[in-house]
Ligand binder design. Structure first.
Ligand code: 4NP
Length: 156
């Protein structure tokens, strides 16, 4: 099972989703069956590590962000089993890469897995303050918990 998290820059939200998901998958003992990665719909920050503010907030909450930004490419839609987008623009852009509409069922909104937080999108924290980074982590923990429950059912 290969899971890909997608945002705009691949330096804030999707690297955090990847870090949280990886930690929870390790804690669940499923690392040998489930892998993950992240990508951005833009190439603005390609090659860069995760944003320093996001990395510090994630570390405080027990998650290490180790990714380097890269742009989402069409092959990712084939190579991953689930593609989880952070906001509605990421969702539309990922679907637009699917030129032959083969992978619609794989591309999902991360917030569709939330059980605690009632939100339409994982908001972009880039231009905001500390609360925004914390809120991103809150939403992503919520969604990852439910996503892992679903993956456990699929792997049964
Ligand atoms: P991300 O956040 O999509 O969560 O990585 C952003 C990072 C950078 C920019 C926008 C969003 N930017 O405009 O540079």
């Amino acid at each position: 099972m290969r899971v890909l998290f997608v945002c705009l820059g691949n330096i804030c939200r999707s690297p955090t989703a990847e870090g949280i998901f990886r930690k929870k998958i390790e804690d669940t003992g499923l690392s040998h069956l489930v892998t993950c990665d992240s990508a951005g719909t833009s190439a603005y920050h390609s090659g860069q590590p995760a944003d320093g503010r996001m990395t510090a907030h994630a570390k405080d909450r027990g998650y290490m962000l180790t990714s380097r930004a890269r742009q989402l490419i069409e092959e990712d839609l084939e190579n991953f089993d689930i593609i989880l987008t952070m906001d509605n623009s990421n969702y539309e852009n990922a679907r637009a890469l699917d030129s032959r509409h083969q992978y619609n069922d794989k591309i999902k909104k991360m917030v569709s897995y939330c059980k605690i937080h009632s939100v339409d999108e994982v908001p972009d924290p880039y231009y905001g303050g500390d609360d925004g980074f914390q809120f991103v982590i809150d939403i992503l923990e919520d969604a990852c918990d439910e996503l892992i429950l679903e993956i456990k059912e699929i792997l049964k």
